[in-house]
Design a protein around this ligand. Sequence first.
Ligand SMILES: Cc1cc2nc3c(=O)[nH]c(=O)nc-3n(C[C@H](O)[C@H](O)[C@H](O)COP(=O)(O)OP(=O)(O)OC[C@H]3O[C@@H](n4cnc5c(N)ncnc54)[C@H](O)[C@@H]3O)c2cc1C
Length: 308
Amino acid sequence: MKQTCGESHAGHPLADAEDVLIVGGGPAGLTAAQYLARFRHRVLVVDAGQPRAALIPKSHNCPGFPEGISGPDLLDRLGRHASLYGATLMRGQVFSLAAGEGGFDAETSIGAIRARKVFLSTGIVDTTPELPRLAEAIAAGVVRLCPVCDGYEVIDRKIAVVGQGDRALHEAIFLSRFTPHVTMLGTHASDFSTSTRRAAGERGIVIRHTLDRLSPAADGCAAILQDGATCRFDAVYAALGCKVRSHLALAVGARCCAEGYVTVDEHQQTSVAGMYAIGDVVKALNQIAVAFGQAAIAASHAHRELTA
Ligand SMILES: Cc1cc2nc3c(=O)[nH]c(=O)nc-3n(C[C@H](O)[C@H](O)[C@H](O)COP(=O)(O)OP(=O)(O)OC[C@H]3O[C@@H](n4cnc5c(N)ncnc54)[C@H](O)[C@@H]3O)c2cc1C
């Protein structure tokens, strides 16, 4: 976030209560900040600077950008938009949250913060395959993490899905709508049950194992199997799941589902009064458009509550 510099916050009375503290400055948090600032609330975004959105080489499904937009460009625009209306954006880590009388107390790397409401927009972290120069491979679109985002970009390309069981199967089936050249790669023979193998076979999806390693290049990725065979793919999708960044929610007593996503109601309120959750940290389609929508819903509800 370009605007998240300590200087812009010089003299900001951190000890004073904010109307809303937003933890996480990805698409969800920044959109909520823009809405709340335009509702004329005092909003502080504290962001640790590792948004999933920053990994997007170029999104082609982000509404309003028909020619596509990179994640960093989108984040820059969202940050400027929120700042323009008075939201304060700061780089920092929120270590802990405690619900108290009339609001929340946060311990952060930039000091203690009090806020009447808290928005959690802390996102998720994808589980990625171990391979050299992973960041470069993601930037080149050789390793991909989101078939909903960019299945269209692999039409008729030769692709592999790395993962296990039903998760990998569902992703492979989803992708088989875009290309007939789909291979599922497992790291163990036991990664795929008989029924998974049958379902894959019925759709023309090839299963290969045992994967030894992936070797990305500028124009594709080689998969080297333990028997020495090498298969080349235009792109490899990781279907390895993710870690939900919900530890703050859990620590403050908010309900989360078994997978770790924060549970919310129709206004994006968590089970802790005054705390909202938006974006990838909530179980929904992990998409920018969804983050925008959830941010708008939560911000409008919080505004009503703050002004009631
Ligand atoms: C390679 C790739 C391509 C993608 N392509 C698309 C696409 O084309 N279209 C699309 O719709 N979606 C795409 N996505 C998904 C999209 O990036 C996410 O849905 C979106 O970023 C979710 O926004 P968010 O604000 O919830 O989380 P994030 O963008 O992950 O932001 C969360 C922020 O919270 C911060 N944070 C976490 N914990 C703390 C803490 N304790 N204190 C302070 N800050 C904290 C993190 O550092 C991070 O900056 C893609 C994702 C990947 C990985």
